[in-house]
Design a protein. Structure first.
Length: 288
């Protein structure tokens, strides 16, 4: 069985005359894991001791830097090596993974490799120093999700973006918050917001509880109050009627009832407080 990455690393160990016996053990473990088609969690347990070996991992990085062909998802031993390199705590290994390997995959839009890293990072969660790698992978998919959301050109298929979000909670949280903020200006009704975000209400409610610590209706209520107060403070030239319309109130009485119930003040009182803040901010600026 040809394992290109393993053979290149093993050759480097022989050439440099370092950790040869240990590297042979590692190569044999990788061959068995690939042959027996181990899952990533099982592979993590089997290869953990090798991934923690500083000399082995530095030798592997040295070999990969010299190899003309960079590691690829096409290589049968790709996931095994990514699993070990990503779990390393060595600064040089982390720099190689983030600034050389992952950077090249990002620029060339090598989504297969980035998706494989999603699986690896998901498997290593809580077991290794993976913050740097997680940030790089999340950035890759988040940028494409943002481009799609704002109608710009994007190069990653929806199914791949969705899969990455399912594997990395950090990415899912960032994407969800961005999507909610993007569409929350169009409605203050939770069910309508779920439809705009392209998900069912029950799923959106679970995500709100997880990422905001409250339900969507409560968040929208607070967001409505925040926008009203913002209009009163930063857009003092707006009449109350226009503030009410900007915040989706059908009548002045509904607007007044909402303000009184949620803030304990009438719209006029809120506008007076907002004007005082605006005036103070202006005077502070001129008195600098």
């Amino acid at each position: 069985m040809k394992l290109r990455i393993t053979e290149a690393v093993l050759a480097e160990a022989y050439r440099a005359k370092v950790c040869r016996e240990r590297m042979e053990e590692l190569a044999e473990s990788i061959r068995k894991s690939v042959k027996e088609r181990h899952s990533l969690p099982k592979m993590r347990i089997r290869l953990a001791e090798y991934g923690n070996d500083t000399e082995l991992m530095l030798t592997a990085v040295s070999a990969l830097r010299k190899d003309k062909e960079a590691p690829s998802a096409r290589d049968r031993d790709f996931r095994a090596w990514m699993l070990m390199l990503c779990r390393s705590r060595e600064h040089e290994v982390i720099c190689y993974m983030c600034n050389e390997l992952t950077d090249a995959w990002e620029r060339k839009y090598r989504t297969r490799e980035m998706l494989a890293l999603c699986d690896v990072l998901h498997t290593l969660k809580g077991h290794a120093r993976t913050n740097e790698m997680t940030n790089r992978v999340c950035d890759y998919f988040f940028r494409e999700r943002r481009n799609k959301l704002f109608g710009k050109t994007f190069r990653i298929e929806e199914k791949d973006m969705a899969y990455a979000e399912s594997r990395l909670p950090e990415l899912d949280k960032a994407v969800f918050r961005m999507t909610v903020n993007h569409y929350s200006h169009r409605t203050f009704v939770a069910e309508e917001l779920a439809g705009l975000c392209g998900m069912g209400y029950s799923l959106m409610r679970r995500k709100f509880k997880t990422y905001y610590g409250m339900g969507p209706s409560e968040w929208l209520r607070r967001e409505r109050i925040r926008r009203i107060e913002e209009d009163m403070e930063y857009r003092v030239e707006l009449p109350l009627k226009e503030v009410a319309e900007r915040n989706a109130f059908g009548s002045a009485s509904n607007f007044a009832d909402f303000c009184q119930k949620q803030t304990g003040m009438s719209p006029c009182e809120l506008k007076a407080i907002g004007y005082e803040k605006w005036e103070k901010r202006r005077m502070d600026f001129w008195n600098q």
